[in-house]
Design a protein around this ligand. Structure first.
Ligand SMILES: Nc1ncnc2c1ncn2[C@@H]1O[C@H](COP(=O)(O)OP(=O)(O)O)[C@@H](O)[C@H]1O
Ligand SMILES: [Mg+2]
Length: 272
């Protein structure tokens, strides 16, 4: 569980985080959503300590991250896995070397042990046999999976993913979302995902923080979104007429106003 209270972060006279508070839950995919430039990346960077907030508090399972001694912070950082925007693989390293990188940095294990662990996580992300490939030789979806393998190789308690679907087609995006979601459950990770992908919001949005003007505008689950009357949220999530219709239909189904059998084959709403 990661809890943060009243986080403020400004750059010059531009306030990006303006007193945002929320709790990221253990074993869940916690989403941070909001328009481009709303401060999602800045928030994640504050949470992992890559940026210092101007004020506010951050607690990792009750431990005050904001006032931690450097040594303790370092230990905590080793429990944090990160999947960066665009995967951020080392181009000159093979898949195996990329995934082994954190093990080289943070463990004193011998090569055989490290390779065993690398192969375990490569298998978990369905990349068996790709050890010797270079990033330039694999697809975008595979690169993400290498990034995920690298992020989980140290068995993190916390996993941060910044726009994990950027640059992927919708189907591959869903596969990546499912993988992150499964790992979160399997290893009871507190996973924090920045996204503006509406498929992700609806598919894996277990605990969503919607940020506007550096504050929490709305929080809830993907189910809650269907019923939410928050105008800003609705305009953001269901931006197109098509999606607004889909939301209305889902809502009417849920309230029993229409049933599946009422729907004509072409999926249009029945005439009233
Ligand atoms: N290091 C920085 N220096 C100055 N401004 C920054 C810095 N990092 C982010 N910003 C600004 O903070 C705002 C939020 O950025 P960001 O968190 O990247 O948005 P998002 O991830 O939601 O698209 C943007 O206006 C951006 O220009
Ligand atoms: Mg961002």
């Amino acid at each position: 569980m990661i809890e943060f209270k009243d986080l403020v972060k400004s750059f010059g006279d531009k306030t990006v985080l303006n007193g945002v508070s929320h709790v990221m839950e253990t074993g869940k995919t916690n989403l941070i959503i909001g328009t481009s430039g709303s401060g999602k990346t800045v928030l994640q960077k504050c949470l992992v300590g890559l940026l210092e907030p101007d004020s506010g508090q951050i607690f990792y399972d009750g431990k005050d991250f904001t006032h931690m001694e450097p040594e303790e912070r370092k230990l905590l950082r080793q429990q944090i896995g990160m999947l960066f925007q665009g995967s951020a693989l080392f181009d000159s390293l093979t898949v195996q070397e990329n995934v082994m990188f954190p093990l080289n940095m943070f463990t004193k294990d011998n090569f055989t042990k490290k390779l065993k662990r690398v192969n375990e996580v490569l298998e978990r992300v369905n990349l068996v046999g790709s050890n010797k490939k270079f990033p330039a030789e694999i697809s975008g979806g595979m690169k993400k999976r290498v990034g995920i393998a690298r992020a989980i190789v140290l068995n993190p308690k916390y996993l941060f993913c910044d726009e994990p679907n950027s640059g992927l087609d919708p189907l591959t995006s869903m596969v990546i979302d499912q993988l992150i979601s499964e790992l979160t459950k399997e290893y009871k990770i507190t996973t924090v995902i920045n996204t503006h992908d509406m498929n992700s919001v609806m598919e894996i949005g277990e605990n969503i923080l919607y940020m506007v003007n550096g504050k929490a505008e709305w929080t809830g689950t993907s189910e809650d979104i269907i019923f939410s009357k928050n105008k800003q949220l609705n305009e953001f999530i269901f931006a197109s007429q098509f999606l607004q219709d889909a939301k209305n239909m889902r809502m009417m189904q849920a309230t029993g106003e229409i049933s599946e059998s009422d729907l004509p084959d072409n999926g249009a709403l029945p005439e009233k």
